[in-house]
Design a protein around this ligand. Structure first.
Ligand SMILES: *[C@@H]1O[C@H](CO)[C@@H](O)[C@H](O)[C@H]1NC(C)=O
Ligand SMILES: *[C@@H]1O[C@H](CO)[C@@H](O)[C@H](O)[C@H]1NC(C)=O
Length: 323
């Protein structure tokens, strides 16, 4: 019942219009059918693939890779000329980072990436007033929010072309945690949210800014997790080299609340629904490994550690109550 109401009140992010038919007979519902993340594979076979994102980052099973050194950030330390456009695309809040023709690109390389990657856009995934909403989880725990900065391998000209290659895209993921103080580096983006309350709305931000100010502290940027995965929305292309920073970015409860309570999903009929819980849950790791960077702190780095908790299980058994 609750579910019917939910889907009936618009098309939340988790609901993707299933194409086809639409047949207007017998009061058939319109194009939008419930199609949460667990149904995406029916829509796009790729979404049921073996290298999907996000994943749970289980710190007991990380494999350290000494080749994962410092990432080289280009253009992250200066506000570029021109304008940045913030958009409510109906699924998330997205900031387009395409530079003006002739301007220097914002790009990343190094850090074990097989080439140079140019920034395309950034967007966020969040929860609701009562739950955390990151996509990646750490040891099974979701954090309040997650930022994704999407980059395209400079050897490909279009997103479509890049999606056809395992190393076509590189996404930087940052977790957020609630801090006492507001993070003024997010003021420009948060200030634009009220202008894009409704799906489809866009606003040119008051100014561009140094993209690096959105990231964790610079001294922490060599601490990250790396794995091969996918886009986290359909078509779920398995074309992403993921870098997830270990250190979360601090943001105040009020700032977090601005995301949860200002923007809306597309309206279809009744009052628009607040955009909340726009995350995909963790997908099976299957045969993949998550690597930790040279400087990452969270790596046990020894194959024995994972077995310690297993040895304790029989001891804990009698104490755990089962219904
Ligand atoms: C939500 O995130 C906070 C970190 O800001 C963490 O302390 C808390 O345990 C998380 N809650 C859940 C239910 O995972
Ligand atoms: C954003 O919204 C505020 C008030 O809601 C308004 O004063 C301002 O002009 C808007 N900015 C743009 C660029 O539309």
């Amino acid at each position: 019942m609750g579910q019917g109401l939910w889907w009936g009140r618009g098309c939340p992010w988790l609901c993707v219009p299933l194409g086809g038919g639409g047949g207007g007979t017998a009061g058939a519902p319109t194009a939008v059918l419930p199609a949460g993340p667990s149904h995406w594979k029916e829509l796009k076979a790729t979404c049921g693939g073996d290298k999907q994102s996000p994943v749970n980052i289980d710190r007991r099973w990380l494999q350290r890779d000494g080749g994962l050194g410092d990432i080289i950030f280009e253009g992250y330390d200066q506000a570029p000329p021109g304008k940045w456009r913030l958009l409510n695309d109906g699924h998330t809040v997205m900031l387009s980072l395409e530079s003006e023709p002739g301007a220097e690109h914002i790009a990343i390389s190094g850090g074990g990436l097989p080439g140079r990657y140019r920034a395309l856009q950034l967007h966020f995934h969040w929860g609701s007033p009562s739950r955390n909403g990151s996509e990646h989880t750490v040891d099974g725990q979701q954090l309040p929010m997650e930022l994704h900065i999407v980059h395209i391998n400079v050897k490909y000209r279009t997103l479509g072309e890049a999606k056809g290659h395992p190393s076509g895209l590189a996404v930087l993921g940052c977790f957020f945690q609630v801090s006492e103080a507001a993070n003024s580096n997010y003021n420009t983006i948060i200030g634009g949210l009220r202008n894009i309350s409704h799906a489809g709305q866009a606003v040119d931000l008051a100014s561009t800014f140094r993209l690096g100010t959105l990231l964790p502290h610079i001294a922490q940027l060599s601490r990250y997790y790396r794995y091969q995965g996918s886009l986290t929305t359909p078509d779920c292309s398995e074309a992403v080299i993921w870098t997830v920073f270990e250190e979360p970015v601090g943001i105040s409860r009020e700032q977090l609340q601005a995301f949860v309570s200002t923007v809306h999903f597309p309206a279809s009929g009744a009052a628009p629904l607040k955009m909340t819980n726009n995350f995909r849950p963790p997908q099976p790791l299957r045969s993949r490994k998550v690597f930790s960077s040279r400087d990452a702190t969270a790596s046990c780095g020894c194959p024995r550690c994972p077995f310690a908790p297993l040895l304790l299980l029989p001891l804990l058994g009698p104490f755990s109550s089962s219904p």
